[in-house]
Design a protein around this ligand. Structure first.
Ligand code: MEV
Length: 450
């Protein structure tokens, strides 16, 4: 097998040609397809290409909006980037439902982020602890130039702690550093600090002649932020009288609340259900996180770790019905930024932030959490009443019709036909075949009649 070398040094067109000829059965067709997804403005395309290495083209995802998100008294139209057909519809439906019941309340509970220098040292823990005030000072002074801008915005290092974990590895310690990163997600800021801390910590130990010779060396294993940010936490909630809850004819308010609470209880106690329940929350969260240029992998990893914080994976949302009042809320760690990263580079990310009135990071955390809560409300509401397939398949019908190459007229007639019938790929295919046969016969009749 021949290894590909020098690929990254090719121009984009050369890369496309190379890939098309190496990996496609129809190279010319593949080349045309890849070229066709490029932006018409070469400047915009160049900027996108520069986000990553070996960029060939762009991968489209739908960019939609969910209007009527009334959050802390402000009405937002929320941008969402997602391919799953029913997600935006469900968010919008839920937003509209809660708009009429006072909207969402959201509150940032804390905004601290953290990282660690992971190191090995064979000295006594007590010796290291005794030196922590000096180490703390040295690290803060050494990293001063890295944090000037952040400090001027009210951020910076909030705490440096020594953590000993000999049970994991002999002589294993962490320098745990906590940061306030204001409106930035802060990954580069944190990692630059940690690498500086690691150098200084090693320098400190190596030059401390009050320590025995054998203890004057320290091995830095790695220095990296943690994407687990349980102290960068936001709460979103909705509440209304139980009497105002049900909007269907098939169940009473009390029946609805009872089943809703049962569903929440199951999701709290049963991990198989909790994962799907939380996946539904992340449908909304990820879509806004993507639209606003934030790191959805970090958000996902953190959310699920948080869901398992007491040792069992549980639902992220909770609900209660007390004194005739229904309350439903979501606590979720969200490390988001509204400056830096993609926020100033991607035109659609800038547009998303603009659409949201250019929020600071805290406000964005609140908006994103509310969309997650709304998404979960819609999903659980459907699950305990009509079932999700009704809404889901309605949206899916369009995908099936597109796959089958249906015309606009065929789409309309098929949608009407299936409005009260079960949708499946096969059923739609058969109906379309019949419809096309009928249409062909009608055309023939028309020709003969004239
Ligand atoms: C589908 O993407 C999400 C749901 O399965 C979430 C849930 O079950 O709560 C509908």
């Amino acid at each position: 097998m021949k290894k590909t070398t020098g690929f990254s040094r090719l121009t984009r067109d050369e890369k496309i040609n190379f890939i098309a000829h190496q990996h496609f059965s129809q190279p010319e067709e593949a080349r045309r397809l890849l070229q066709s997804y490029q932006h018409t403005d070469p400047e915009v395309q160049r900027r996108h290409d520069e986000f990553i290495e070996n960029s060939l083209t762009n991968f489209f995802m739908p960019y939609g909006v969910a209007p009527n998100f009334l959050i802390n008294g402000t009405n937002y139209t929320v941008p969402m980037v997602i391919e799953e057909s029913s997600v935006v519809a469900a968010a919008a439906k839920s937003a509209s439902f809660w708009f009429d019941r006072g909207g969402f309340q959201a509150q940032v509970l804390s905004t601290r982020k953290l990282g660690h220098v992971h190191f090995l040292w064979n000295g006594n823990e007590a010796d290291l602890r005794a030196r922590m005030p000096d180490i703390d000072l040295r690290l803060r002074v050494a990293s001063e130039s890295l944090g000037a801008q952040m400090r001027s915005r009210g951020g910076g290092i909030t705490q440096l702690e020594l953590v000993a974990k000999p049970e994991i590895e002999r002589g294993y310690y962490q320098l745990k550093a906590t940061f306030e990163t204001c409106d930035a997600m802060g990954a580069n800021f944190i990692n630059s600090h940690l690498e500086c801390f690691a150098r200084e910590l090693r320098g400190f130990i190596e030059s401390d002649h009050t320590l025995p010779d054998a203890h004057r060396s320290l091995t830095v294993v790695m220095s990296i932020l943690s994407n687990y940010t349980p102290e960068c936490l936001v709460r979103a909630e909705v509440a209304c009288p139980i009497d105002a809850l049900a909007d269907g004819d098939d169940y009473t308010n009390e029946q609805f609340v009872e089943k809703f609470l049962q569903a929440l209880h199951i999701a709290r106690e049963e991990p198989y259900r909790a994962v799907t329940h939380n996946k539904g929350i992340m449908n909304g969260i990820d879509a806004v996180v993507l639209a606003t240029g934030n790191d959805f992998r970090a958000v996902e990893a953190c959310a699920h770790a948080y869901a398992a914080r007491d040792g069992q994976y549980r639902s992220l949302t909770q609900a209660e019905a007390v004194d005739g009042q229904f309350r439903f809320w979501l606590d979720i760690p969200l490390a988001l930024g509204t400056v830096g990263g993609l926020t100033s580079l991607h035109p659609l990310v800038r547009a998303s932030l603009d659409m949201l009135n250019n929020p600071n990071a805290g406000r964005l955390m609140e908006i994103v959490a509310c969309v997650g809560l709304a998404q979960n409300f819609s999903a659980v509401k459907s699950l305990v009443t009509t079932g999700i397939q009704k809404g889901h398949m309605k949206m899916h019908l369009l995908n099936i019709l597109n796959q089958l190459g249906a015309t606009e007229m065929e789409k309309e007639r098929t949608k009407t036909y299936f409005s009260d019938k079960a949708i499946s790929f096969q059923a739609v295919g058969e109906y379309l075949k019949k419809l096309r046969g009928q249409t062909a016969v009608q055309v023939l009749h028309h020709i003969h009649a004239n």
